[in-house]
Design a protein around this ligand. Structure first.
Ligand SMILES: C[S@@+](CC[C@H](N)C(=O)[O-])C[C@H]1O[C@@H](n2cnc3c(N)ncnc32)[C@H](O)[C@@H]1O
Length: 203
């Protein structure tokens, strides 16, 4: 990992992702979290203040700096918070050991997202749920065309972020049944802002 990815990008992501416009998405996302919770792509822990205080949450992220920022800002009343420096492509947790997996603006950035979703399915209990809020591929052909054009450049400056991933299809292909899905644009340039918010269960 180069200096930019290690020491600069996590701070830029934190500054970009703490905007107020994301707050309603974060609040809705974690509302249904229950039991032992794993959040993949935890970053600097911006979802922490929104979890119910009774929960035990594990935050997983490959960035050492992002997790340090989360640790330093951890002023939540969560029952417990554990931080794991790891990739979602190889989650260091036992099979069927987690009740809820949360993913916020993360599936865009994982290099092998299919593998990561396979890992999510492995560690999630059969009765568990995957809660997600992600940006991704637009159903509008003209926007999707720009997403395909911009992604090769964008991913180099934005920590591997792909603008053109069809999130719900990826989740289904990994063996999940989508229980709830809301899609639509949030404020901002259309190639960056087509949102997928939902909940899925292992098939
Ligand atoms: C756009 S940020 C979102 C951060 C946080 N989820 C939020 O809502 O603010 C994407 C996050 O995905 C993380 N990430 C990148 N590759 C990953 C991987 N292989 N496994 C898990 N997380 C990863 C990045 O380090 C970063 O923290």
């Amino acid at each position: 990992m180069g200096l930019y990815a290690r020491a600069i990008l996590p701070r830029l992501i934190h500054a970009g992702m703490r905007q107020e416009l994301f707050l309603p998405y974060r609040q809705r996302l974690v509302l249904e979290a229950e039991g032992r919770v794993l959040e993949i792509g935890f970053g600097s822990g911006l979802n922490m203040p929104h979890y119910a205080t009774t929960l035990a949450v594990i935050g997983l992220d490959p960035s050492h700096l992002a997790l340090s920022m989360a640790r330093n800002s951890a002023q939540t009343g969560l029952r417990s918070i554990g931080l794991l420096e790891a990739s979602a492509e190889t989650i260091p947790l036992a099979r069927h050991s987690v009740d809820t997996i949360v993913s916020a603006w993360t599936m865009c950035s994982i290099p092998d997202v299919a593998r990561a979703l396979g890992e999510v399915r492995r560690v999630l209990k059969p009765s568990g749920r995957l809660l997600f809020v992600e940006h991704g591929r637009s159903p509008d052909a003209s926007v999707a065309k720009w997403q395909d054009r911009l992604t090769p450049i964008w991913k180099h400056v934005a920590g591997g972020c792909h603008l053109n991933r069809a999130v719900s299809a990826l989740v289904e292909q990994a063996g999940f049944r989508i229980e709830r899905l809301e899609t639509g644009y949030m404020t901002g340039p259309r190639p960056l802002t087509f949102m997928y918010e939902g909940c899925a269960r292992p098939q």
